[in-house]
Design a protein around this ligand. Structure first.
Ligand SMILES: [Zn+2]
Ligand SMILES: [Zn+2]
Length: 747
């Protein structure tokens, strides 16, 4: 008996953990798809996004509430998502089986998730007017004179550049405007960049060929793998492709990088070489206001280049013409909570939807990408183009020589073998720099009792506490729990407790006693909490104020150290025989990357790896710097084992205080999945039994997981589509914490 109500019904996505949208009456408001609105929901007010308009609802019209507000977000043309972004996020919500509302809302900058209109902070640049009569400026107005001189040298100055001249620039520029000498023009906020170098390096044939190949197919979807050894000049290839694409007036380019603070040189080179194009960055080190402004600049089309970390893949860019993903193999592209997307896969879908090229760059491509670039013919996907850079770009820059030190023959003392110590001593005497790399992920100092073999455990996780000597504390790197270092063994009372294992802090101590005169710096997440610390250190290294660097993978990424000629790799063996099937792929990538730090300029480099397994295939491939045969061999193994990329995984994780609830949930989930297998799916999908992960307990919760394996994405998705909604209905599901990870990287 529903009366006709002449109102539109808004279909609204909300940030709530339910896999549906919500219908509201328009009331006195008008809106279109992509508008932000405020609605009453369960006694609160929430920000939502309109995803559809209709005349009817499957719910009784009388029961629908009205929207309370529709935002006037003029700064972004009123819509936070255009239809293409909406389509992309809808795809992700479906593929990752994550509530659409949460997928949409969490892709917005925090400020747009709040009940406030989007305000764009306008920025101006200033130019000297052609007919300006400069004699009007009183001689005593020194600042105005300096600004005029700067404007005469450079045709226009941004606010950031003016701020470099003096903090009092605003008042001076206002006076100059009032005198009719200067005009203002609105621009996109651009950070002040260093004086630009417009020198284009000479390219080699491979670089030229890579650039030409990409530029030959710019108006269609085309994935490229730019496989280039370290130092082969991948960044230069990106820059020249961008220069060409951006010469089209409207074009925008998205550049994805793993962690922005670890690639400052990439950003600096883009800023200096492409200085005519407004560039914004999007990453977690921005404050919320900066993030909003940069996001707005991208979504209005004002910013031509967007450099972002994984979340950047969801930045609306109306004129997107190319996506570049640097270091595509890096695992930080995978989101580890909430919607567990992989930015590389999302970028690929986005490029396909928008019919544009995408360039994935790496010296050690992920096996997934390598598989697609070399054996893509057996998938229905667009064949990847493979672009190889096999030579170092700087002339005469030789590849480093890589050797293994057999620790069985040359035993280590305090973690260092005499051969490595000697090489470091010689390096010091030549006044060159050395780098000791430690793979802390696999190896950290634990507190150990020699009398009873007790090892300090975390009370809340099945993990060992890590010794932090400088703070005299034990810390759990999984849950953050910390405590004082005990004076005696809690198990047997022995007072002689020692840290065993090498990590950066302990290695630093050893080096200080071996080389008391050397200037030593440690680089890890503890010593480099803010980005200035890392930048300060990098400039010290460049100015040769550091002799020895000790560090974790933070050091391995993208930094050029021209005076560094020796790299020592201290402990990697734990990763060689890890139960994680991706461990050797990661280790190879890491060691190739860190080896690439040695001998960048005219000086040849040497890499010494300490290991008890010098004959291991991984080291053989590393010594001959042969990624290709190593990758092909791993692919062969994966294919035999039926592991990704030759199969597809989904992992259901569960945790609770009580393990029996975890087990109950996972076995019900597994049984449910088995009942849903059609005759066809039975041949395509494998459902394993629930197991405990390596880390059985985390943050006080007992954990378990259930693995599904399929021979195609389509088969896996067919099962998930019916299975996941039924999982939500299991009574036990409400009593525990659980999540689904499609294409998981960690097990
Ligand atoms: Zn003991
Ligand atoms: Zn813990």
């Amino acid at each position: 008996m529903s009366r006709h109500i002449p109102q539109t019904i808004f279909n609204i996505a909300l940030d709530v953990p339910l896999n549906r949208t919500f219908d509201y009456l328009s009331g006195s408001f008008t809106a279109r798809v992509g508008n932000r609105v405020v609605v009453p929901f369960a006694g609160r007010h929430l920000v939502g996004v309109v995803v559809g308009l209709s005349e009817t609802s499957e719910y009784p019209i009388e029961k629908l509430k009205s929207v309370s507000h529709v935002f006037d977000d003029a700064a972004i043309g009123n819509v936070v998502f255009d239809s293409r972004m909406f389509k992309l996020l809808k795809f992700c919500a479906d593929y990752y089986h994550y509530p659409l509302g949460q997928a949409l809302i969490s892709a917005l900058p925090l400020r747009l998730r709040q009940i406030k209109p989007a305000v764009s902070r306008k920025q101006f640049s200033y130019q000297l007017l052609a007919n300006a009569d400069l004699t009007q400026i009183p001689a005593r107005k020194a600042l105005m004179q300096r600004i005029i001189a700067a404007l005469q040298a450079k045709s226009s100055l941004t606010e950031a550049e003016l701020a470099l001249i003096s903090s009092g620039w605003r008042k001076a520029i206002l006076e100059l405007k009032n005198l009719g000498l200067v005009s203002a023009q609105e621009v996109v906020a651009v950070k002040a960049s260093l004086p630009t170098s417009s020198i284009e390096p000479q390219l080699n044939d491979e670089q030229n060929q890579a650039i030409e190949s990409v530029l030959a197919l710019t108006h269609q979807f085309k994935p490229w793998l730019l496989y280039g050894i370290t130092g082969s000049g991948k960044t230069e290839v990106y820059i020249q492709i961008l220069q060409k694409i951006l010469s089209d007036k409207n074009a925008q380019v998205l550049v994805l990088v793993p962690e922005i603070n670890l690639t400052p040189q990439l950003e600096a080179r883009f800023r200096s070489r492409l200085s005519q194009y407004p560039l914004v960055t999007l990453h977690s080190n921005l404050n919320e206001s900066e993030r909003l402004q940069n996001w707005l600049a991208a979504s209005t089309g004002a910013a031509k280049i967007v450099i972002g970390t994984r979340l950047g893949v969801f930045t609306p860019m109306p004129h997107l013409k190319l996506i570049v993903m640097d270091e595509e193999h890096d695992s930080s592209y995978k989101q580890q909570d909430g919607m567990r997307y992989h930015a590389r896969d999302v970028a690929m879908v986005r490029a396909k939807q928008q019919n544009i090229p995408i360039v994935l760059g790496s010296a050690t491509p992920s096996l997934e990408t390598w598989f697609n670039a070399t054996s893509g013919h057996n998938t229905q996907k667009q064949q990847y183009g493979l672009l190889s850079l096999t030579q170092r770009a700087v002339e005469n820059a030789a590849l480093p020589n890589i050797f293994c030190i057999d620790t069985a023959k040359s035993p280590t003392e305090n973690g260092l073998s005499p051969l490595l110590v000697n090489a470091m001593r010689e390096c010091l005497s030549r006044r060159e720099q050395s780098l000791l790399f430690i793979n802390r992920r696999g190896y950290a100092p634990v507190l150990h009792c020699n009398a009873c073999q007790w090892v300090a455990p975390c009370m809340r996780c099945s993990a060992r506490m890590v010794v932090h000597l400088s703070q005299k504390r034990l810390k759990c790197h999984h849950c953050g729990h910390e405590q004082k270092i005990p004076i005696q063994c809690p198990s047997c009372g022995n007072a002689d407790l020692h840290p065993t294992g090498q990590a950066t802090q302990r290695l630093e101590q050893t080096l200080r006693s071996l080389f008391p005169a050397a200037r030593i710096a440690r680089v890890d997440r503890d010593s480099m909490r803010n980005k200035d610390a890392l930048n300060d250190l990098l400039s010290k290294v460049h100015d040769q104020e550091i002799d020895i660097l000790v560090g974790t993978q933070m050091l391995a990424k993208g930094h050029d150290f021209p005076h560094l000629t020796l790299v020592g790799v201290v402990d990697t063996d734990s990763a060689l025989y890890s139960p994680d099937f991706r461990a050797s792929e990661r280790l190879f990538a890491q060691l190739m990357q860190v080896s690439g730090r040695a001998g960048r300029a005219e000086k040849a480099g040497e890499v010494l790896i300490q290991t008890a397994f010098p004959q291991h295939a991984l080291f053989q491939a590393l010594r001959s710097q042969d990624y290709v045969s190593f990758a092909n061999e791993l692919l062969q193994e994966r294919s035999v084992m039926q592991f990704p990329p030759t199969s597809y995984f989904a992992l259901l994780r569960a945790e609770a205080n009580d393990f029996s609830q975890v087990q109950q949930f996972l076995s019900q989930a597994g049984n449910l999945a088995r009942t849903l297998l059609t005759n066809q799916l039975k041949h395509e999908v494998m459902i394993y039994d629930p197991v405990r992960p390596q880390m059985e307990r985390l943050k006080g919760l007992e954990r378990g997981q259930l693995l599904l394996q399929a021979n195609s994405r389509a088969a896996l998705q067919r099962l998930l589509k019916v299975w996941v909604p039924q999982l939500h209905e299991l009574p036990i599901a409400a009593k525990i914490r659980w999540s689904l990870d499609i294409d998981p990287l960690e097990f």
